[in-house]
Design a protein around this ligand. Structure first.
Ligand code: NAD
Ligand code: IPM
Ligand code: MN
Length: 358
């Protein structure tokens, strides 16, 4: 198979974790005889520095000509006081909107050998396997903003159609998993949430095999860490999904292991870790590349339909953890702490060894 992938390293640890993920992608390409053609482009703070634009037209054109996008992370203190249009994060929001990547899939799966790294009790975190389906191109992130004198506002706006397509997506996923869907809102206060709930109620008639519950976001924030095993698919709006997914990283032990896929209906997608540019550890070889490597697995699975290859990436990542190798964010006690590159090399060795054994 031949595929064109646009690589957007971004800022902070973005380039470090993307370099790791690209190495793993190439190792998979070599082993399974696929050709992954990579084109690099700028986004975020580095694009502001070079083009005075967080999402340059050149970057959009390169993405348009590709089959999928791999992104690191954007942002950092250098650009934190920039005007809104010249913030790194604006580049990320624009690319999501520009390519209509409305469905953000954020799987949270407990890795058995990492249970000790989670502050949660093992019996709470073990066997967790849930999927947060976050609406990504609407809501308060994209509503009109105003600022004058002593006032500021952000409009939280959703159309019925925007809610329908993400909810359908979540129902379809639940059907392929354990058949449970939890819709998260704030319907006791917000009108957008009341519309959201109405749409879920309508759609559930079409999915009688899926068990649906509605839950308020404040209570889910609590239950997600006291009883995460309860959840299968969790569907929610843009902002609630952002917050709940970082919270869910506590279950796995580190934000550094959570991948994500931002997709639309035709399989085109942008793949990126859930975490940000981590300026506090950038340039020190401390970044955990697992989230970005696992995002590559999601790319192989969702955009290219390469199930076996995706599973091999996931297996190799787990195997390295099982062998007791961690980056600094997960290292505890007498475990062996590796740098980003050393840890990545272990994953690649794992892929290679598996093939020699065959
Ligand atoms: P962050 O996710 O960058 O970091 C939060 C904490 O987790 C930090 O202590 C960091 O060191 C740690 N961490 C994150 N990823 C890690 C990894 N792979 N390995 C080891 N440790 C890791 O969030 P923040 O500090 O609130 O934000 C920093 C910048 O990143 C901001 O500019 C923010 O806007 C941006 N951001 C970007 C994205 C994105 O590009 N998708 C996502 C979130 C935040
Ligand atoms: C994420 C990030 C982004 C978001 C920011 C950087 C715009 O936090 O991808 O989770 O809020 O969507
Ligand atoms: Mn976030």
């Amino acid at each position: 198979m031949e595929k064109k992938i646009t690589v957007l390293p971004g800022d902070g640890i973005g380039p470090e974790v993307v370099a790791s993920a690209v190495k793993v992608l190439q190792a998979i390409g070599k082993r399974y005889n696929h050709e992954f053609q990579l084109s690099y482009a700028a986004i975020g703070g580095s694009a502001i520095d070079e083009y005075n634009n967080p999402l340059p037209d050149e970057t959009i054109a390169i993405c348009e000509a590709s089959d999928a996008i791999l992104l690191g992370a954007v942002g950092g203190p250098k650009w934190d006081n920039n005007p809104p249009e010249l913030r790194p994060e604006k580049g990320l929001l624009k690319i999501r909107k520009r390519f209509d990547l409305f469905a953000n899939l954020r799987p949270v799966k407990a890795i058995p050998s990492l249970l000790g790294a989670s502050p949660l009790k093992s019996e709470v975190a073990e066997n967790v396997d849930l999927m947060i389906v976050r609406e990504l191109t609407g809501g308060i992130y994209f509503g009109e903003k105003h600022r004058d004198y002593g006032q500021a506002s952000d409009l939280n706006i959703y159309t019925r159609e925007e809610i329908e397509r993400i909810v359908e997506n979540a129902f379809e996923l639940a059907r392929l998993r354990r058949g449970k869907l939890c819709s998260v809102d704030k319907a006791n206060v917000l009108e957008t949430s009341r519309l959201w709930r109405e749409v879920v109620e309508e759609k559930k008639e079409l999915y009688p095999d899926v068990e649906v519950e509605h839950n308020l976001v404040d209570s889910v924030a609590m239950k997600l860490i006291t009883n995460p095993g309860h959840y299968d698919v969790v569907v929610t709006d843009n902002m609630f999904g952002d917050i709940l997914s970082d919270e869910a990283s506590v279950i796995t032990g580190s934000l550094g292991v959570l991948p994500s896929a931002s997709i639309r209906s035709d399989n085109f997608g942008l793949y990126e870790p859930v975490h940000g540019s981590a300026p506090d550890i950038a340039g020190q070889g401390k970044a955990n590349p697992a989230a970005t490597i696992l995002s590559v697995a999601m790319m192989l699975r969702y955009s290219f339909g390469l199930q076996e290859e995706a599973a091999e990436v996931e297996r190799s990542v787990s195997a390295v953890f099982d062998d007791g190798y961690y980056t600094a964010d997960l290292a505890k006690g007498n475990s062996r702490t590796l740098t980003t590159d050393e840890w990545t090399d272990r994953v690649i060795a794992e892929i290679d060894t598996n093939f020699v054994a065959d």
